[in-house]
Design a protein around this ligand. Structure first.
Ligand SMILES: [Zn+2]
Length: 169
């Protein structure tokens, strides 16, 4: 959606009322330009290449691994009707987004890592913001117990059948 604040208003109406977030959405590239100028002034081309270009490439590939790798490799905790998986490596690279099967099963939960060993840095930051009073109305899925892991499937139709049986359709 890039800088399309009209479309964003449908999904995050509260953020479209926040002038700082609207400005960041419209002019998201300015921070990289300013940082690039500063890094080039301090350390020359190597600092610019590592601090802006390499960082952006790693960030983009890590982000897209959530939509590719975690639909192919990993384990499944919930029998969702898709092929989403939880992947430790992607979770570490994306600060917790790699617990993607958890996210598909509970899409509105701010917390994706559901156990102590599912490292979820994003959740730790949200939790800290909440404790500081800077984040409110944070939804976190509460489970009495983690369900037994369903069989690993490689077929969307089989996944849909298992999801329906588990009540995740
Ligand atoms: Zn997905």
């Amino acid at each position: 959606m890039h800088h399309d604040t009209t479309t964003l208003a449908r999904y995050v109406p509260d953020l479209t009322k926040d002038k700082v977030h609207v400005w960041l959405t419209k002019y998201h590239y300015t921070s990289n330009i300013i940082l690039g100028v500063v890094l080039y002034a301090i350390g020359g081309l190597p600092w610019l290449l590592w601090g802006v270009f390499a960082r952006v490439v790693v960030g983009l590939h890590s982000t897209w691994m959530v939509n590719s790798v975690t639909h192919v490799w990993g384990s499944r905790r919930f029998a969702t009707k898709d092929l989403s998986t939880n992947n430790f490596l992607v979770a570490v690279l994306t600060f917790g987004e790699g617990w993607h099967n958890n996210h598909h099963a509970h899409p509105v939960s701010a917390r994706h890592g559901l156990t102590w060993y599912e490292i979820d840095t994003n959740w730790y930051c949200i939790w800290a913001l909440k404790k500081l009073g800077l984040a409110r109305h944070v939804y976190k899925v509460e489970l009495d117990h983690l369900p037994p892991k369903p069989p690993l499937v490689r077929d969307v139709q089989a996944a849909a059948v298992l999801a329906a049986a588990a009540g995740h359709d």
